[in-house]
Design a protein around this ligand. Sequence first.
Ligand SMILES: Nc1ncnc2c1ncn2[C@@H]1O[C@H](COP(=O)(O)OP(=O)(O)OP(=O)(O)O)[C@@H](O)[C@H]1O
Ligand SMILES: [Mg+2]
Length: 319
Amino acid sequence: MLHLFDRRVALVTGKGGVGRTTLSAGLALAAAASGKRVLLTEIGEPDGDYTPLARMFGRDTLPADPVHLRAPKDLDVGDRLHGCVLWPRNGHEAFFRTVIPVGAVVKAAMGSSALHKLLDTAPSFREMGIFYHIFTLLEAKLPDGSDRFDLVIVDMPASGHTLGLTGLPERLLALMPTGPIAEAMHKGRPYFTDPEKCAAWIVTLPEVLPITESEELLDGLRETATPVGGILMNRVLTDPFTEEERAALEPVLTDAHFGHERFVGVVSSTRALDDLEARKRSLDGGRGVEILEIEEMPLQDDALLSAIARRLQEAGGAR
Ligand SMILES: Nc1ncnc2c1ncn2[C@@H]1O[C@H](COP(=O)(O)OP(=O)(O)OP(=O)(O)O)[C@@H](O)[C@H]1O
Ligand SMILES: [Mg+2]
């Protein structure tokens, strides 16, 4: 059993095109179907007029304030699934509200174009805004005092930018060891570094290059003190052959045959996976890494989401 959704934060990471968005959405559906109050998020781009994540839920974009998301018909998520975009600006505003007691002054400051220019261009300020926006969502409470969201899932940007975000508290604390920003970083940091609260999930494909890149990401995450939940090995092709059948087929199935490409793909992906399995105990600085295989599914849209959600639900129930 992988503990896929019993922490407060799930960071879905990995290189471009491996399935981060699909698995973030699948994870959100699986967790909500399992009874968790879930907030599914992505990092906002100022000029985006639609995002693939929003499209999966029948919208063009997500707003910065959480809204209900609809699930595929065959999944019962009740009213437990929400989505929003993470905006640096929302985080900046929430942060200023904690240091400037007069709301009207914050509003005026946030309307100043000089301040916007500074916040948009100064190094790490954008990340700080995103960080603080997630933090405020994690701290949000329902009227009865319980957490508004049990789990916040972040569809992270491709690898390099992920480390920019996860390394932020350390970087800012080195620059500004005291003061209100340092205080905010100290408060928010455990949500991203405590293995009881947070896990990063590295999505990858069963091929040599993506696997190598995910091992580099594993090292980068460790350097930024981000706990890793495991590797989500996506789009695994099922191998219909036994060892003997494969050996018999290899010499006769040439590239002139229909199905050759798929056959070669299955063989090389099986080898890449076996190799990773053999080394997994020594990865992550000797701590070892869990690997969850998710099959290549001949499906699209809601049918794909729903099948992935079911796969994740059976693989990772509550602790
Ligand atoms: N297990 C799967 N089976 C079949 N198709 C899949 C599976 N996982 C993802 N896909 C497909 O792969 C494509 C890429 O997936 P997705 O957009 O989630 O990747 P991404 O990592 O978010 O990409 P980007 O770097 O562009 O953000 C999509 O067309 C998606 O439907
Ligand atoms: Mg994506």
